[in-house]
Design a protein around this ligand. Structure first.
Ligand code: SF4
Length: 278
């Protein structure tokens, strides 16, 4: 009998790569261990993503940069900040970044997709994910991902990003239109990091995702038999442990060092896996 396909998402695949123990707690252990409260940089990222999404729902004549700033205000999530002053300062900073960003966006050029769910099926997995924005630029499709991190992404980050490549491949299949351009739009700096894939490089990324999915599925099969006694979910201890949502349930991770404060990523770059949502 053919095996059921592994149900994947870009974040699930990366969770496996980052730390199998965390993956187990997040996706397999039931009841799931409670995760820690949301951090401030996540609040900032979610509010800005929501504002940039809702901006396109406004009538075209109302899509001004100032309207974007107002949407940041109404979308603001006051969670994880040190105090009210820090929350207000970061809200104003995010509003300024959104205004500067939207200054360069043509409000009349409606994207092909906004927070568009895409899916991709291979012989190994069925994957679902959500694209921040899908542009159609005179016939050329481009996958756009917003970034709010302190760290500024490079073209190499766009080239090596597994989620971006999988999104491009999914769009290509779903729309039956070539999609090879991927972009990281970094609002704090106003920079755009980009890469043009080829059919071959997208295929290599799908191969990479399949390899991760196979390994995670083998571990899940073992878990189905042995539960938490399975040895296939080692704790991958490192700097990420200081930011991990599940460290309260992980003595090995706690031993690495003290937990970062809820607002620490506003003041210093967090490791990749703890960065803002996208
Ligand atoms: S604290 Fe570290 S080792 Fe433990 S689950 Fe989190 S990332 Fe993995």
């Amino acid at each position: 009998m053919p095996r059921r396909l592994f149900r994947a998402s870009p974040s699930k695949l990366l969770a496996w790569v980052d730390c199998p123990r965390r993956y187990r707690m997040q996706y397999l252990d039931r009841p799931a261990p409670p995760s820690r409260p949301q951090r401030a940089h996540t609040s900032v990222g979610v509010a800005v993503h929501n504002a940039l999404r809702d901006w396109w729902d406004l009538p075209v004549e109302q899509r001004s940069p100032a309207a974007g700033a107002e949407l940041v205000r109404t979308s603001w999530i006051d969670v994880g900040f040190r105090d009210a002053d820090q929350s207000i300062a970061w809200r104003e900073r995010a509003q300024g970044q959104v205004v500067a960003y939207l200054d360069d966006v043509d409000p009349a050029h409606q994207p092909l997709g906004i927070e568009r769910t895409v899916s991709l099926k291979t012989e190994v997995f069925t994957l679902q994910g959500r694209i921040d924005r899908l542009d159609d630029r005179a016939g050329e499709l481009a996958v756009v991902d917003y970034k709010m991190s302190r760290w500024e992404p490079t073209d190499d980050d766009a080239r090596t990003s597994l989620p971006l490549a999988l999104y491009a491949a999914a769009v290509w299949k779903m729309f039956r239109r070539k999609c090879v351009r991927v972009e990281l739009h970094h609002l704090p700096s106003g920079s755009v990091a980009s890469h043009e894939h080829s059919g071959e490089s997208l295929k290599r990324k799908i191969d990479e995702a399949e390899s991760i999915a196979r390994e995670a599925r083998r571990a899940e099969d073992d878990y189905a038999e042995l539960g938490v006694d399975s040895s296939r979910f080692p704790a991958k201890v490192g700097p990420i442990c200081q930011w991990c949502d599940f460290r309260a349930h992980c003595p090995a991770g706690q031993a690495f060092g003290p937990e970062k404060s809820d607002w620490a990523a506003l003041e210093q770059p967090a490791p990749a896996a703890a960065r803002d949502p996208s």
